[in-house]
Ligand binder design. Structure first.
Ligand code: C2O
Ligand code: CU
Ligand code: CU
Length: 464
């Protein structure tokens, strides 16, 4: 079986995705999946909550043998989950204990740009900064990572990535698995390479069209397993890799249900046998393991390799539970109203160090677009390939959650009809997005292949 997986992964590589480093099977003992801790507030009143986050150097036992030098938030590697509620006033004290400057970007969070943590909100080594905001968006799985110009890719690759969950009345009322670490599990899926001394060497692995690693990690664990009961499991998946797309499947292409996109719940769950996530994208899925018996295993695969082994360690008497199917009430504008909206073209072009948006490469000193607070627009995102070929660009906008209106004129797939902040745009494809500008300040939009972002596939808009 293992061999089959290797072969099919090699096949899909030959069929063209990538010439670069392919994921390989790691022959290493299974380890228990690491579950990120939930961050305790440093202080809390009824409406106000304060958190402290520290970016720091770490060292962790990822492989057998030598420990790996890493970066992490409030720990050696990756980060905790910050759990927020809609309506809360939040202060986050961010501390940079690294030897380099960094920033704390809350990917998917709708806040004014001074709290967004983009490349303008740099914190020098040894410095700290506080941000305050009110949570004003629906229940969702967001994440956070650094965003300093020129250092984003290397810092993420070395381990800086954490989770931010938002809860609201709707999420509380839905009949969904919600016991954190038991049946509600985050999965940060990444690829990294390790040297002969088990070190992560970004410069070595660097690729100008997207750095890829050979080893698949889930929550920083190689070959992870989790012991569960036969029940409905909810996984909140983040593609936290620098550039690799992941296709998630179960054994024998069994089906599962997607219930949420980047920015919240879908209106109804969508049955899938395959789920593709580009870097920066998230999805929540439900997996039904009720029909499995004690001792059986189920695999969640990413690109045909095991991203998680679920071991049924005990059975429970099931009361034939089926999770809520009506999850949200997202509506879109009718045709007529859409027609009246202004259009904005976003042309993604080039490869490696030539990548650009609308023929310009990123310049901190230049504002590319000005938008009026409170207005809506249709963004036509065109992925224009050249004679050199084309590639997928995951296009991300800060400070908003948008809706996908169409892909090449066609309705987006059912599991893309929810709130998004990052959208995968295929070569030669045009994707139309309905974007609303309701936060003030200067916001980035960029390709979430982190090396493309570093090479200038990023622009900035001022909303006022
Ligand atoms: Cu997830 Cu501008 O980033
Ligand atoms: Cu972002
Ligand atoms: Cu790109």
């Amino acid at each position: 079986q293992e061999e089959q997986r290797q072969i099919s992964s090699r096949m899909s590589n030959m069929m063209g995705d990538n010439q670069e480093a392919d994921l390989k099977v790691v022959h290493q003992t299974e380890r228990q999946l690491l579950i990120p801790p939930v961050l305790e507030p440093s202080s809390k009143s009824k409406e106000n909550v304060i958190y402290d986050i520290v970016a720091q150097n770490g060292e962790v036992q990822i492989m057998d043998g030598e420990k790996t030098e890493t970066l992490g938030y409030n720990g050696d590697f990756l980060g905790p989950v910050i759990r927020l509620k809609k309506g809360q006033k939040v202060t986050i004290n961010t501390n940079n204990n690294l030897d380099a400057s960094t920033s704390f970007h809350w990917h998917g969070l709708k806040v004014a740009s001074d709290a967004d943590g983009g490349p303008h909100q740099i914190i020098e080594a040894g410095q700290k900064k506080s941000v305050t905001f009110e949570v004003d968006q629906e229940a969702s799985t967001l994440w956070f990572h650094p965003h300093p110009e020129g250092e984003t890719a290397s810092q993420v690759y070395k381990g800086l990535a954490g989770l931010m969950y938002i809860d609201d009345d709707n999420s509380k009322s839905l009949d969904l698995p919600s016991k954190y670490g038991v049946d509600d599990i985050p999965l940060i899926v990444q690829d990294k390479s390790f040297s002969s001394t088990n070190q992560i060497n970004y410069e070595n692995d660097f690729n100008s069209d997207g750095t890829k690693g050979e080893t698949l990690l889930t929550n920083g664990t190689i070959n992870p397993y989790i012991e569960i009961k036969n029940r409905w499991m909810r996984y909140r998946i983040v593609n936290g890799s620098n550039s690799r797309n992941f296709t998630f499947t179960l054994d024998k292409d069994e089906s599962f249900y997607q219930i949420a996109t980047d920015g919240g719940f879908l209106n109804t769950s969508v049955k899938l046998s395959k789920l593709l996530l580009a870097p920066g994208e998230r999805a929540e899925i439900l997996v039904d393991t009720q029909n499995y018996k004690k001792g059986e295993v189920i695999h969640l695969l990413a690109n045909n390799l095991v991203a998680l082994t679920m071991r049924i360690e005990n059975t429970i008497e099931n009361k034939e539970f089926t999770p809520s199917d009506s999850l949200n009430t997202i509506s879109t504008l009718d045709e007529k109203k859409l027609e009246d909206l202004a259009r904005q073209s976003i042309n993604l072009r080039g490869m490696s160090h030539m990548v650009n948006i609308n023929n310009k490469q990123f310049d901190m000193e230049r504002i590319d677009l000005y938008k009026k607070l409170g207005t809506q627009e249709i963004w036509k995102v065109n992925n224009i390939s050249s004679m050199m070929g084309g590639m997928i660009h995951p296009f991300h906008i800060h400070g908003v959650q948008f809706q996908i209106l169409s892909r090449d004129g066609n309705q987006p797939a059912l599991n893309e009809q929810g709130w998004k902040d990052t959208v995968l745009v295929n070569p030669d494809e045009t994707v139309e997005l309905l974007v609303k500008f309701d936060r003030e300040g200067i916001f980035m939009y960029h390709c979430h292949i982190l090396e493309h972002e570093e090479y200038g596939m990023m622009g900035q808009m001022e909303i006022k």
